[in-house]
Design a protein around this ligand. Structure first.
Ligand code: AMP
Ligand code: ZN
Length: 123
């Protein structure tokens, strides 16, 4: 179930919606009208930030046609955030999706990882 909080469509049992609602603390290193960015609590690289939409979307697989502009915005916001973080040597953006994709929080999020060389293929 989604509830409207202001202009935000949040889900009451979702961890990242609780961050959006201010019920769970997070250091918002980035914020605009549509998304926020904050540090991952279990960083996998010197820079490891999460960017999440201000609307509850359970995963990339659950995004609808109406979300296309928002999905583009998120990619653009991550690029802005990477510039702000001075990840000039490069970085990786990861969107874990579903059980086999390794998704553990059911609210669409983009991982921004940087500050060390990345390996390929990912595990
Ligand atoms: P995923 O496994 O792709 O669903 O990513 C979820 C991420 O959320 C993991 O990397 C967790 O470390 C991170 N995480 C879980 N709880 C919090 C929290 N309260 N604040 C920041 N990051 C969190
Ligand atoms: Zn949510």
């Amino acid at each position: 179930m989604k509830t409207n909080v202001g202009s935000q469509k949040l889900s009451p049992d979702c961890l990242f919606c609780k961050i959006l609602a201010g019920e769970i603390p997070a250091n918002r290193v980035y914020e605009d009208e549509f998304c926020i960015g904050f540090p991952d609590i279990n960083p996998q690289a010197p820079t490891h930030l999460l960017v999440i939409p201000k609307e509850h979307i359970a995963s990339q697989a659950k995004a609808l046609a109406e979300h296309k502009p928002l999905l583009g915005h998120l990619m653009s916001a991550v690029a802005d955030l990477a510039r702000m973080q001075k990840l000039d040597k490069g970085y990786r953006v990861v969107v874990n999706t579903g059980d086999e994709g390794g998704q553990t929080v059911q609210h669409l999020h983009l991982h921004l990882l940087g500050g060390r060389p990345m390996t390929w293929p990912p595990g």
